[in-house]
Write a protein that binds this ligand. Structure first.
Ligand SMILES: [Fe+2]
Length: 287
């Protein structure tokens, strides 16, 4: 296994690994802890091998189960292709819901247990656009003034899925899968328990700061997101079929970019939930 940098602050390409054979998991996990974003090219994961790989990182995220339903796990498909093969119309709520992925975010901060990792694979890519962009919030934390670092270590963001969806279209907040999650409080700094590196932990789902007036908290959260997403912290991934990106939700923010919606695009995604071993206890706030 050979690593090649994609950016000077984080992110590497991992060469010479077939992700269907997961003998190298300890090395992959070590690279994940160190570099936050891993790219593997030319992979051929089906749902079964994708799921097998994800399980090595932690418990598979199953939102239906978290909401109290007895549903079995399914690989998530992020796509504008409907089950009959037609393309999702731009005005459809499903399309608008996916547009919210284009706001800078960390996955699943609105769930009772947030995600540790997303393993995302491209199976259909458009002729142009549709990139996924990442920023290192570890780099953003390192560069922040000491007073801000101290404040962030002792403050909690309040996250709610309706907040990000409302920025795209207010109709989305009435969808059952959007409105069913109550507020969640997470510390603004997630220390990595393996190497001690601290990273800013926030998302477009965060709408205020615990203990601050809502407007003041909203301004703080907006400023923090601007600080984290400066171009100098950013890596933009141009997808090729067979690319797999694995990223550390504790240390990066990401967003999708638009593409011509008369062209199909399909990504397959599996998130694993963070556990105490991943430092979850240190970031959990609230009563
Ligand atoms: Fe996402």
């Amino acid at each position: 296994m050979r690593l090649e940098p994609l950016h000077d602050r984080f992110a590497v390409v991992v060469h010479d690994v077939d992700l269907r054979a997961v003998r190298l998991y300890p090395e992959i996990r070590a690279a994940f802890e160190e570099h936050s974003l891993l790219l593997f090219r030319g992979q051929q994961l089906d749902d079964e091998s994708h799921t097998r790989l994800a399980k090595l990182f932690g418990p598979l995220e199953n939102r239906e189960q978290m909401a109290g339903h007895d549903d079995s796990f399914k690989v998530s498909t992020v796509s504008n292709v409907e089950s009959d093969g037609s393309l999702t119309p731009e005005e459809a709520l499903r399309h608008l819901d996916q547009q919210a992925n284009m706001l800078w975010h960390t996955d699943s901060t609105f769930l009772p247990t947030p995600a540790l990792v997303n393993l995302l694979m491209a199976t259909v890519v458009p002729s142009t656009g549709g990139q996924t962009e990442f920023v290192s919030t570890r780099a953003a934390f390192d560069d922040a003034p000491g007073e801000l670092q101290a404040l962030l270590r002792h403050s909690f963001g309040i996250h709610q899925l309706t907040h990000s969806r409302n920025q795209v279209d207010p109709r989305l907040i009435n969808l059952r899968h959007v409105s069913r999650w109550p507020d969640r409080a997470w510390r603004f700094v997630w220390p990595n328990p393996v190497n001690g590196r601290e990273a800013i932990y926030t998302a477009s789902h965060a709408y205020t700061v615990d203990g601050m007036p809502t407007d003041e908290g909203a301004a703080f959260v907006a400023d923090l997101l601007t600080r984290c997403t400066k171009p100098l912290y950013r890596y933009t991934h141009e997808w090729t079929v067979g690319d797999v990106l694995i990223w550390d939700e504790r240390a990066v923010l990401h967003r999708g970019r638009p593409w011509p919606y008369d062209e199909p695009r399909t990504l397959k995604s599996i998130c694993c939930s963070a556990t105490a071993a991943d430092g979850l206890t240190a970031v959990r706030g609230g009563p």
